[in-house]
Design a protein around this ligand. Structure first.
Ligand SMILES: NC(=O)c1ccc[n+]([C@@H]2O[C@H](COP(=O)([O-])OP(=O)(O)OC[C@H]3O[C@@H](n4cnc5c(N)ncnc54)[C@H](OP(=O)(O)O)[C@@H]3O)[C@@H](O)[C@H]2O)c1
Length: 298
């Protein structure tokens, strides 16, 4: 049985949807991972074969004002889950982020798993601390770094509140003649469904045990590229999206200029690469309106 934390999040919702029947999903209300005793008790009681930790403080800008809260969840909470998995002998898959990197310029090569981690934001710092805590408490854990995760129009169908970049662009297209979007940050846009498929494959094969791996959409894009792709897919003129620089659009948390993730380690584990980011945007938009079966629509 798979125990899945952070059950109301977008990655967790896809995991729960795509996982085999035997998955026990807990939201923050059911299990607050900052509560060590509660985490240990639940894992001891359920005896899962796998724990997937999809719970995190993911509000990148808000974390700048809440460093203690972010650390409590992203480091300490992750450590509790790792301790519980190690104690019970469960396999652990823990999700981390490209924001553990801090590259200030665009690079030629995607970032390997052992590329130096220099997080620039509180979110990135706390997620990196979480990686270290997980590795220490549960050396056999698989740490899956991903990036720029979106769900798109099927959020509503999955029962997800809030927005992601793709849904935001879809909404803004209706109300704005032109949009300016950052074009000097380059990364790996990732459809949450594809990530969930990859994580479940990593669980099934167990070839990434004890490793840190990158699982993200193939290829590379800027936020502006991603916004233009969304416009194309919904039948709008992509030229209505205008490029701007990070300096033109200041945010509370600094972001890496380059965080394209290399899938070399993932492939070395025999795991199927996630589809190209551009095809994934198309798939995410085509999935809406709701269908009975995700698989039949893909
Ligand atoms: N989204 C991205 O672009 C992105 C990029 C790279 C990596 N990641 C990583 O991918 C993983 C999944 O992210 P996501 O996009 O699915 O984020 P998400 O939609 O924000 O989901 C995270 C979930 O964690 C829950 N949570 C927060 N604090 C908790 C706690 N103390 N105990 C239990 N649950 C708690 C949240 O609950 P509430 O709903 O109550 O807030 C939320 O449902 C995270 O590890 C994140 O760092 C995400």
């Amino acid at each position: 049985m798979i125990l899945l934390t952070g059950g109301n999040g977008q990655v967790a919702r896809w995991l729960a949807h795509l996982a085999p029947d035997d998955v026990w999903t807990v939201s923050r209300e059911d299990l607050d991972i900052t509560d060590r005793g509660a985490v240990l008790d639940l894992v001891t009681e359920l005896k899962p074969t796998t724990v997937i930790n999809a719970a995190a403080h993911t509000a990148v800008d808000r974390a700048e004002d809440e460093p203690d809260g972010a650390m409590a969840i992203n480091r300490d909470g992750a450590a509790h889950v790792a301790e519980a998995a190690a104690t019970s002998g469960a396999r652990l898959l823990h999700i981390s982020t490209d924001y553990v990197f801090g590259e200030p310029t665009i690079l030629e090569e995607p970032l390997a798993v052992d590329h130096p981690t220099v997080p620039q934001s509180v979110y990135g710092i706390t997620k990196l601390a979480g990686e270290h805590a997980v590795r220490e408490a549960c050396p056999e854990a698989t740490i899956v770094r991903t990036a720029w995760v979106y769900t798109g129009p099927s959020r509503e169908w999955l029962g997800l509140s809030g927005d992601d970049f793709v849904t935001t662009m879809t909404r803004l297209e209706k109300s704005h003649e032109t949009l300016t979007v950052v074009d000097d940050q380059m990364g790996s846009p990732t459809f949450a469904r594809d990530l969930a498929v990859g994580i479940l494959e990593a669980d099934r094969t167990d070839t990434a045990r004890g490793r840190t791996v990158h699982a993200a959409g193939a290829g590379r894009a800027t936020w502006c590229d991603l916004a233009r792709a969304v416009f194309e897919e919904i039948g709008a003129d992509p030229e209505r999206v205008k490029p701007c620089s990070t300096a033109d659009f200041p945010r509370a948390a600094p972001r890496p200029a380059f965080s394209v993730l290399s899938s070399t380690e993932w492939a070395a584990c025999g795991l199927a690469p996630l589809q190209d980011w551009r095809e994934a945007v198309s798939a995410a938009i085509i999935l809406a309106p709701p269908t009975d079966s995700v698989n039949s629509a893909s």
